[in-house]
Design a protein around this ligand. Structure first.
Ligand SMILES: NC(=O)c1ccc[n+]([C@@H]2O[C@H](COP(=O)([O-])OP(=O)(O)OC[C@H]3O[C@@H](n4cnc5c(N)ncnc54)[C@H](OP(=O)(O)O)[C@@H]3O)[C@@H](O)[C@H]2O)c1
Length: 224
């Protein structure tokens, strides 16, 4: 029997975040799900408490972060952000700021999505930022840090993302060819990532864990 927990979900209006809020809301282990958002949203649930905040002044929201488990599904794209600095603000600075607030408020677990090929020394800007955020989070001393590195996320979006849509059409057909080390390139359903994030949080394991797409897919088959 798991102790009753409280959670905070960043990126709750997104593809994975939305699935995660729904799963946590339906799980008896969680008594409250705090959802900071930048604008009024339709994220809801019996245990969900939405708070509209200014992400550039997140440090003013310390008390919100007094929860057991933080799930971070925040992220933007270079196209949406417009430039490197704006991209890094969301995918690095907001994530690190949230982790600091959570740690200071006593959170035990930080469960975060970065991406396949995250590497602080990568020559590819996107992979480098994802790697840098992983590196920073690993120094912060959470009882448990779970880093999720999915390949392409599969799911229905309200917006058009041409490259991702093309990948969603092609990659699932090629998945069976992705064997051995290539298994980590397998695309993964957004709901599967959310299932796996909840599973590892409730698992109570300590330390730093990195989950690639193939492990995420396996976990998503057993959890719910
Ligand atoms: N898409 C892929 O195939 C893929 C692959 C590997 C890894 N990932 C990573 O997985 C994570 C989750 O991806 P996803 O596709 O579920 O994300 P998503 O659907 O694009 O949702 C992103 C979330 O971040 C929030 N956000 C973005 N910019 C923000 C800003 N400036 N201020 C406050 N909130 C902001 C969004 O809020 P609003 O609704 O207010 O915009 C939304 O809740 C991201 O870190 C992404 O980089 C994605």
């Amino acid at each position: 029997m798991t102790d009753k927990r409280t959670a905070l979900v960043l990126g709750a209006t997104g593809l994975v975040g939305g699935e995660l809020v729904r799963l946590l809301n339906n799980d008896d282990a969680y008594t409250m799900i705090t959802v900071p958002v930048r604008r009024n949203s339709d994220v809801s649930g019996e245990k969900v408490q939405q708070h509209i905040i200014d992400f550039d002044r997140m440090e003013e929201q310390g008390p919100l972060f007094k929860v057991d488990d933080v799930f971070c599904c925040l992220g933007t794209t270079m196209k949406k952000a417009g430039n490197r600095e704006a991209f890094k603000k969301v995918d690095y600075h907001y994530v690190v700021q949230a982790a600091k607030l959570a740690k200071d408020a006593g959170a035990s677990r930080f469960v975060v999505i970065t991406a396949m090929m995250a590497n602080p020394r990568s020559s590819v800007f996107y992979n480098r930022v994802k790697g840098e955020v992983e590196e920073k989070l690993q120094t912060m001393g959470f009882k448990a840090l779970h880093i999720f590195r999915p390949s392409l996320l599969l799911g229905e979006r309200n917006e058009q993302r041409f490259a991702e849509e093309l990948g969603m059409k092609i990659l699932p057909w090629l998945s069976f060819l992705m064997l051995g080390p290539a298994r980590k390139y397998r695309p993964v359903k957004a709901e599967g990532v959310a299932i796996a994030m909840k599973t590892v949080a409730l698992d109570n394991s300590k330390g730093i864990h990195i989950w690639e797409s193939d492990s995420i897919i396996e976990m998503s088959k057993t959890g719910s």
